[in-house]
Design a protein around this ligand. Structure first.
Ligand code: URP
Ligand code: ZN
Ligand code: ZN
Length: 468
């Protein structure tokens, strides 16, 4: 099957030009102007942008909620992600209870995602239960196509928390294997104290979620993580950065030549902590995520950090935790609210609207932070995140003239809310190709459940390449 995408404006992280893309089978065969080549199907992209399919390197599908023992929405809900213009996720593979890293990864590929995933997916290992075996397991990541591992400095008192000694050992063995370490950087001990103090004082509403997670607790952990990674000379990737003091720590470390990188999330760029002040528990609980939402000045600083290259990517940190059931656990105590919100289906539209359409970032920057860099960091570039001969034919055709409003009912995400509900949407993903097949037409999913494949990653992702 040959598909010719004709007359669009092709945008990559480094170029923008009028042209055509010829797709044959699962791969891009030709890119150029006025391609006069036979095809089974021609897609007219005149007046539209042709972008690489989005790569969301931070999602939690079918993962244990960080409070309680129920799973987040699973891979069968990733149809909405494709409709939102993301064709690859790098999903977290937490350890299943009493199970090692590798078996948990296998189970995810062979059972959880099988016949369900609508997006292609790579995986990060994720420590959710410290085991002696895990250091040897990390050494085997290269054979499994897993190029990264996440550890949590926060969530004390839960099995997710990793102490500094274990973190240090993980840094050491990851460097030897070419694995990139992703860190959730918040000072767990101080958070623990502040949260307990709030509850003791009867301060139990979602408002106290951000009161008990002040920016300095993030900044301190970022500094400590950077310092420890510097001792082992391991590249470090800081997940979901939110605030100015944390960005300052990243900037200073980069100034010394250390290989440190960071991402932020759609919601930290576009939503402030006042969302947690809503007197309606349900409305406020939707926005309980960690680190907490911050101030407008922090949102502004995050946009600036993306433009300067200090931050490398925008991710969703998607967690399908419904408000009708799972978030209710914390109705009388915010510390019990499972953390996280859905967003993988909205990341591309929200960043295009708030970033490109409103003049905060260029179109090439958009591709860089939503597709190319995440693919590079995770060792799946240029197969993913780029438009060139030989790349997977993952293409997004976006209509920049669309004007609308984000509504859950237009792209149901498998959860009972959308944190961007009612926000204006400028531009819309109309057509999506996943490895050469049209899976979204007229903004509707027309693909198959189970079409998504596991994408093995190469070790020594881009965090190992550059000395900043
Ligand atoms: O609140 C969040 N971010 N939940 C997901 C787990 C994590 O920390 O990434
Ligand atoms: Zn995290
Ligand atoms: Zn996360």
């Amino acid at each position: 099957m040959r598909i010719l995408v004709k007359g669009g404006t092709i945008v990559t992280a480094s170029e923008e030009f009028q042209g055509d893309v010829l797709v044959e089978g699962e791969t891009i065969r030709a890119v150029g102007q006025h391609l006069d080549l036979p095809a089974d199907q021609v897609i007219d992209a005149a007046g539209k942008y042709v972008l690489p399919g989005g790569v969301d390197q931070h999602t939690h599908f079918s993962a244990l909620c960080n409070v309680g023992d129920q799973d987040t929405a699973g891979y069968e809900t990733t149809d909405a992600v494709v409709v939102g213009g993301t064709t690859t996720i790098v999903d977290y593979a937490p350890q299943d209870p009493k199970t090692g890293l590798l078996d948990s990864i296998d189970y995810r590929i062979n059972v959880r995602a099988k016949d369900k995933a609508c997006v292609d997916f790579a995986l990060h290992g994720m420590v959710t239960e410290i085991m002696d075996s895990m250091f040897d397991e990390i050494a085997q990541f290269p054979q499994k196509g897993i190029s990264s591992i996440k550890i949590f400095m926060a969530y004390n008192g839960s099995p997710l928390h990793v102490d500094d000694g274990t973190f240090f050992r993980i840094l050491e063995c990851s460097r030897k294997a070419g694995v990139t370490v992703f860190v959730h950087a918040e000072n767990g001990e101080i958070l623990d104290f502040l949260r307990r103090q709030c509850v003791k004082n009867g301060q139990t509403t979602p408002h106290y979620h951000y009161v008990s997670r002040p920016p300095f607790t993030e900044a301190e952990a970022v500094r400590r993580a950077i310092y420890l990674a510097g001792q082992t000379d391991t590249p470090l990737y800081i997940a979901h950065m939110t605030c100015r003091p944390a960005l300052e720590a990243l900037l200073q470390a980069k100034g010394t030549g250390q290989r440190v990188y960071g991402e932020t999330c759609t919601h930290y760029l576009t939503t402030t902590k006042e969302a947690l002040d809503n007197p309606d528990f349900n409305e406020a609980a939707k926005f309980v995520c960690s680190p907490a939402l911050r101030d407008q000045e922090d949102c502004d600083a995050l946009w600036a950090a993306l433009n300067s290259g200090l931050l490398n990517a925008v991710v969703s940190d998607h967690c399908g935790i419904d408000v009708a059931n799972l978030k209710q656990v914390g109705r009388n105590d915010f510390t019990q609210i499972p953390n996280g919100a859905p967003g993988a289906a909205d990341r591309m539209h929200v960043i295009w609207t708030e970033g490109v359409a409103k003049g905060r970032i260029s179109r090439q920057k958009f591709v860089e932070i939503t597709a190319a860099q995440p693919a590079k960091i995770n060792g799946i570039y240029p197969r993913k995140g780029h438009i060139a001969v030989g790349c997977d034919a993952d293409l997004v055709i976006l209509d920049p003239d669309y004007r609308g409003v984000i509504r859950l009912e237009d792209n149901p995400n498998g959860v009972d809310y959308n944190i961007y509900e009612g926000r204006e949407q400028l531009g819309r993903v109309e057509t999506v190709l996943l490895r050469g097949r049209v899976v979204v037409r007229d903004a509707q999913f027309v693909g198959k459940y189970g079409q998504g494949q596991f994408i093995p990653a190469k070790m020594y992702g881009s965090c190992y390449e550059n000395r900043a």
